[in-house]
Design a protein around this ligand. Sequence first.
Ligand code: ADP
Length: 498
Amino acid sequence: MSLRARLLGSYLLLLGVTLAVIAGALLLFLFAQPAPAAPTYQKLATIGRELVNELNLAGLSADTRPLLQRLAQGRLLAQLNDFAATNAVRLLGVNMDQQTVLFDTAEKFQRGDPLPLNRQAYALPLYLRRFLPVQSEPVFGSFTDADGSEWLFSGLIVIRQNQERNALLLADPRPPQTWDAVREQFRDNLARPLVQAGLVGVVIAVLLAAIISRNVARPLQQLGDAAAAVAAGDYNRRVPPGGPPEIRAVAEAFNDMSAQVSAARQAQHDFLANVSHDLKTPLTSIQGYSQAIMDGAAKDPAQAAAIIHEEAARLNRMVLQITELARLQAGQLPLQKQPVDMAALAAAVGQRLAIVAQEKGIALHIVTPPVPTISGDGDRLAQVVTNLVSNAIKYTPSGGQVWLRTQVNSGGVEIAVQDTGIGIPPEDLPRVFERFYQVDKTRGPRRGTGLGLAIAQEIVAAHGGRITATSAGPGQGTTFTVWLPAPQVSSASRGRSL
Ligand code: ADP
């Protein structure tokens, strides 16, 4: 089933449930309401028409005697009682000005009892309105009986010449609410607007389903196509970020992922190219010198053998470093974490390399004030510092200077190695941590492998730290800085260490 069909289905379901709940609530509401009065009004008005005919009430208005007087004579009252009994209806006479009872065929009220009426507007059907006597006014409404029950009435106010306003009311108890009446009321008044609302809802649901499915389906389709393209080897494929935020997030994640896949492929490619190139150089020279020895063409076989030995050692070093790097990256060399005093560690490394610096005529300054203890793998961190200081000595001409410093910085410990050596051009700075990267293989001593800094970076990253290189440019010296987090650095421990 298509996304659109499913969306539409769920919208329609939702719409149906909503309308059903509304309809149910309305039915319950109607049932809780008093039964509608209109049928009773109509029934009473029909009986009232009979009464008007029978008693010739039309003539009453011409009679100048007050109704009260006539009632007192008793004849009229007997007639009314008869009529009430035969038609099973209650008749009341009410003085409308004082809202008091004149007579009550049910005899629940006595003459003079107060009777407040709740008048209600009701439009009498035309065929009944025609029978209204002149100088009379139809009146409808309800009142509460002496026993508390509710009665509906339909009546006539007869305005007499002396302006006394008396009403003759026909009354019936208010009928109980029934489901039939409720259903009828619902059908007559509410079913139509509900159906109309439903139709509008259906139109909106169709539109919404179309819009949303287009908004969601199209970017998903693009993502699917792009994923298939990447799987087929097109690593540069990207998707335009569009659609709702969640899908946009997926598209962005996909783009990041394919960028990383692409970078990883490139790195793998470079790595293979570098390995073969960097292994080939020493191998070629080993082959050349050994051939010369075999051919007896070497002028100084001992020197040729020494070169072969040195190149073989370099090859060996490279293989070891490549293996170490691969294992570091694969997480196969877990750190043996212990509390490490980086100041003591740096000072020890510096002292070990002081002889090398001295031999090369370089002044090595070891400035290692106490720093907070960090948690780390001492051997690996020593390897990092050794690499940085060896590089500084290696890439600094004799007569230069190298500083090895420790300091506290932004909640961690910093080890900085600064030299006055050949420096690094700005464009090479970000790349020196890449595997096999050597700034210029023709400059400086050609003994490196280009792997030392890559390994150092891997070790520092495994400690949650970072390593950075700065240099003002060629001939301007270089500074390498390692920052390691020291979680336990607090004002107390800092105070103690300083
Ligand atoms: P290598 O074995 O070649 O020294 P590294 O990974 O340690 O490998 O260093 C990578 C490259 O960075 C070096 O070849 C060198 O060009 C440059 N480099 C490293 N340290 C320094 C430094 N202190 N001064 C100048 N260049 C440096």
